[in-house]
Design a protein around this ligand. Structure first.
Ligand SMILES: N[C@@H](CCC(=O)N[C@@H](CS)C(=O)NCC(=O)O)C(=O)O
Length: 199
């Protein structure tokens, strides 16, 4: 697999983790470099990462890439979506993605000097992150979302979102015991430790 992405993106990291878990070798095209960004734009009309080329197929979203890998390779030792609670996991993933989209959006606007006190929509983005994270913390049972106590997609997505928020200081993850415990419980797993954001 050819994977276009940055080493800091939480969306890219979920794909890197899954690829490692399912033994899929991949070549990273670093979109943070000028040439990598040029290549990304030539492959993906949205200019977003991750994008991938696998078996001659071009894919432009972490969900599509992950579903493609799971269809080809199965879940292996990962926890498949629970049949009974399948829609609950779908909703958890929607909330994780929504929180991340808003947190990333707010992060870049604030980096460019925007102030939440002056831009109502920026303030709403930050409040949405807070509401989503509170919901997610209430859905956890220790470091797991399901009684299975095995790593599944929702746990991988939450881990990568929390670690990005901690890294970019966009949400006080370490001050929330349930999230701090969650990160600590999973941090030593190979695929997680080896994909940590740099620095
Ligand atoms: N829904 C997409 C979201 C991807 C996304 O937002 N990626 C960010 C990086 S973390 C991006 O490429 N942003 C570039 C931009 O907005 O200009 C996915 O799941 O892959």
């Amino acid at each position: 697999m050819k994977l276009f992405g940055s080493y800091t993106s939480p969306y890219v990291r979920r794909v890197r983790i899954l690829a490692m878990e399912r033994d899929i070798p991949f070549e990273m095209i670093d979109s943070a470099t000028e040439s990598g960004q040029r290549e990304l734009r030539a492959h993906n009309p949205l200019w977003k990462v991750p994008a991938a080329e696998i078996d001659g197929v071009e894919l432009w979203d972490s969900h599509s890439i992950i579903q493609f890998i799971l269809e080809k390779r199965g879940y292996g030792k990962l926890r498949p979506s629970p049949p009974v609670e399948r829609w609950r996991e779908t909703n958890l993933i929607t909330v994780i993605d929504g929180a991340l989209d808003s947190a990333i959006n707010a992060f870049y606007y604030e980096k460019d000097g925007a102030k939440p006190s002056e831009i109502l929509y920026l303030n709403k983005q930050k409040l949405r992150v807070k509401a989503a994270m509170e919901f997610l913390s209430s859905e956890l049972n220790g470091p797991w979302f399901t009684p299975d106590k095995n790593l599944g997609l929702s746990e991988i997505y939450l881990y990568t979102a929390l670690d990005w928020m901690r890294f970019r200081k966009t949400y006080p993850v370490s001050e929330i015991p349930v999230f701090a415990e969650f990160l600590e419980a999973h941090q030593l797993r190979n695929s997680i430790a080896e994909t940590s954001p740099p620095g």
